[in-house]
Design a protein around this ligand. Structure first.
Ligand code: FEO
Ligand code: CA
Ligand code: CA
Ligand code: CA
Length: 683
């Protein structure tokens, strides 16, 4: 037997396949003809809307959090910018210290197996996963994220994907492998390798505490938990029980196994964690054909389910165990409950996890829609008002959505069932700076039974197709969203879209072949997050000094240039943190070389000023950001260090990064940032 390394998927790990080939025009194609000039709306939100909207008092917008109450009494950008970097290290401003915590492989549960690249699949299920992404710190006491313990809590994080060549260590050493390549022998994959890859995905829940010397350490705790690509889950909301999610595993369509490609996250007003399934489609294959052509149902074709092999070839596991063959969605006959043709339909959702209950079964909340969810962010919860959650679909020409609950929020009784009844909307950005939320519901906005949108379940499983139908605005890859705690304005990163042609630009996505990305923001009518109208503008066009503009119309400078905004988060004082993800294939090359390694910046939303706070090592992206309630400890994640390693350099045993250990293999990790004087981060 010979080992034949096979590159199963040649797309960059962070790249999203182009799936929106729908006929509905980019908004730009519609407005181009009647736009007398190619203008862009920049920083005009407050001025333009002065007559329409009344700015709320700062504290009113988020229910008077402790942090927001302090805003105005502290410098928003009180640190010296760090320069762009092309060094294999973390850099933070003078007066700050960054330390590594919870790298991939850190033991947290069970028999606490020590990290080694020789760890088995079972070991991996007791250790921190690979490729850290969205993350939240839940104080061990206190529900409000801005209140409660700042020295002890549950760190909960996503693990977006895996890099088998580093995951399997010696087994893959010396072979010419790119980042997504796996070894296939005689058409089969080793079961334990597949199990390890699946178990390195998902979510980690780990208790951490600050020690007497100021460092943070993992604590043994019965709440420490790994949720993986195999963990049993409930399906809730309108899709529960639908014929579209019935499988051999769950003939009544109420359950599925695992969560995959968990990118960013959300935190509910009732203090649970939401993990978002982003580029899950490529993990599945469906070999169905009609004649000699692939014949995938729309709920798979529109999302990019593979017609050849799954991303890592899990369906090729040698044992052909049920937990692995389910990644092959090819129909076997007439009975959908005899196979896994519907398995991909049980992915693409937002999943709720209660980190404080280790026995809780994660729940897929289907009313938030099915797409490449980047993350989810809530409007401020107010007693007696609906709960509102925003989520972007991160692929080129996809959409921004929001969910508005049918039932009102009540702090005393709120729970995840609030997410099971309501209305899912998709955004349309008009060229005059106004916008509309278009309901995705049977009988509304042209969604009819004749087009296959007769039920909510059909609409939700086919969220993208429904959004195409109602004429939503195709965006430049929506990534994270964040809500300003002082104003209620909603910000979203639009990371890039190199395929947008000149005749496809619109005023919300105004750059053709956008390499650098921008940040859009909007304000809901009457400052009501449940409103169906809004007004928008552009907060910043990212780019080099010659091709960038901040909110005030100024070019970015050496202290603030960045590209491909991805992570986005407001701290309680209203400081906006921006993280970048220049893809592995583009990093440190061509027009993107000037930005150096991926980075994190802070912005003052009032003045538009932006300043670089952190730069990371080679090949990674910076993602995930949260502070303790006192804002004196910040946690960020470094994902996929060394991912830019070429197949030749990998074969030669020379990954471009050995961060953070300086030996062995590069490892994604959390980084803990503190100010040496014990002060608030950013001041
Ligand atoms: Fe997983 Fe869109 O970044
Ligand atoms: Ca990425
Ligand atoms: Ca991301
Ligand atoms: Ca990204």
């Amino acid at each position: 037997m010979t080992d034949t390394p096979v590159v199963l998927h040649d797309a960059g790990e962070g790249d999203e396949p182009l799936c929106n080939t729908s006929a509905n025009a980019s908004f730009g194609e519609i407005v181009e003809a009647r736009l007398s000039r190619r203008g862009t709306l920049l920083g005009g939100l407050t001025a333009a809307l002065g007559a329409m909207f009344v700015r709320p008092a700062p504290a009113a917008a988020q229910g008077a959090t402790q942090g927001a109450a302090q805003a105005g009494s502290e410098p928003m950008l009180g640190f010296t910018a760090v320069p762009t970097s092309a060094a294999d290290r973390i850099a933070v401003p003078q007066g700050y210290t960054a330390r590594v915590l919870t790298p991939w492989g850190t033991p947290i549960t069970g028999s606490l197996p020590q990290f080694s690249t020789r760890n088995s699949g079972a070991d991996q299920a007791m250790q921190i996963g690979q490729h850290h992404d969205g993350m939240h710190f839940f104080p061990i006491e206190g529900r409000d994220p801005y209140q409660g313990s700042s020295t002890d809590g549950l760190l909960v994080m996503n693990h977006e994907y895996v890099e088998p060549r580093f995951l399997h260590g010696a087994r893959y050493a010396g072979q010419k492998l790119s980042g997504s390549a796996v070894v296939v022998t005689d058409g089969k994959r080793d079961d334990d390798e597949v199990a390890k890859e699946i178990n390195a995905h998902g979510v980690s829940v780990v208790r951490i505490a600050r020690q007497a010397d100021g460092t943070w350490a993992v604590q043994r705790d019965q709440r420490n938990r790994r949720i993986t690509g195999q963990t049993p889950m409930e399906i809730a909301g309108p899709v529960r029980g639908s014929a579209l999610v019935r499988t051999k595993y769950s003939p009544d369509g109420t359950r599925t196994r695992g969560t995959l490609n968990n990118c960013a996250h959300g935190v509910t007003p009732w203090n649970t964690y939401l993990t978002c399934e982003e580029n899950w489609a490529g993990y599945f294959r469906n070999g169905a054909t009609s004649g000699d052509r692939p014949a995938l149902p729309r709920e798979q074709a529109r999302y990019g389910v593979s017609t050849r092999r799954g991303r890592y070839g899990w369906e090729l596991a040698a044992s052909a165990a049920d937990e692995f063959v389910r990644f092959d969605a090819t129909p076997s006959g007439a009975d959908a409950t005899a196979d896994y043709r519907n398995e991909p339909n049980t992915f693409g959702w937002v999943v709720e996890v209660d980190p404080f209950d280790p026995e809780s079964v994660p729940v897929k909340r289907t009313h938030l829609g099915r797409f490449a969810h980047e993350g989810v962010v809530f409007g401020p919860a107010r007693e007696g008002r609906p709960v509102v959650a925003y989520s972007g679909d991160d692929a080129m020409f996809e959409y921004i959505y929001k969910f508005v609950s049918a039932r009102p929020y009540s702090a005393a009784t709120a729970n995840g069932s609030l997410l099971d009844e309501g209305t899912l909307y998709v955004a349309k950005f008009n060229d005059d700076g106004s916008g509309e939320w278009l309901a995705l519901a049977p009988g509304q906005n042209g969604l009819t039974e004749a087009d296959g949108f007769g039920t909510l379940a059909e609409i939700l499983v086919n969220t993208r197709a429904a959004a195409d139908k109602v004429g939503a605005t195709k965006m430049d890859r929506p990534e994270w969203g964040a809500v300003d705690p002082r104003t209620g304005e909603v910000y979203f990163t639009l990371t890039n879209n190199t395929r947008r042609a000149e005749n496809q630009v619109d005023r919300a996505n105004p750059r053709a072949k956008s390499q650098f990305g921008h940040i859009i923001r909007w304000r809901e009518a009457n400052d009501d997050h449940a409103a169906t109208r809004f007004s928008w503008d552009i907060f910043v066009f990212a780019g080099p000094e010659r091709d960038s503009r901040d909110k005030a119309g100024r070019a970015l400078t050496a202290d603030s240039i960045f590209a491909c905004p991805d992570g986005l988060w407001f701290d309680a004082a209203g400081r906006l943190w921006i993280q970048t993800d220049i893809g592995e294939r583009e990093q440190n090359k061509g027009d993107l070389e000037v930005f150096g390694n991926n980075q994190m910046l802070a912005a003052d939303p009032t003045t538009g000023e932006i300043r670089r706070f952190l730069t990371g090592p080679f090949g990674q992206e910076i993602t995930g950001v949260v502070t303790t309630p006192d804002r004196r400890t910040m946690f960020i994640n470094v994902q996929h260090p060394g991912a830019t390693t070429s197949a030749d350099d990998f074969a030669a045993g020379k990954p471009v990064s050995l961060w953070p250990d300086g030996e062995g293999v590069p490892r994604s990790a959390t980084v803990v940032i503190t100010k040496d004087d014990g002060g608030i981060i950013g001041t």
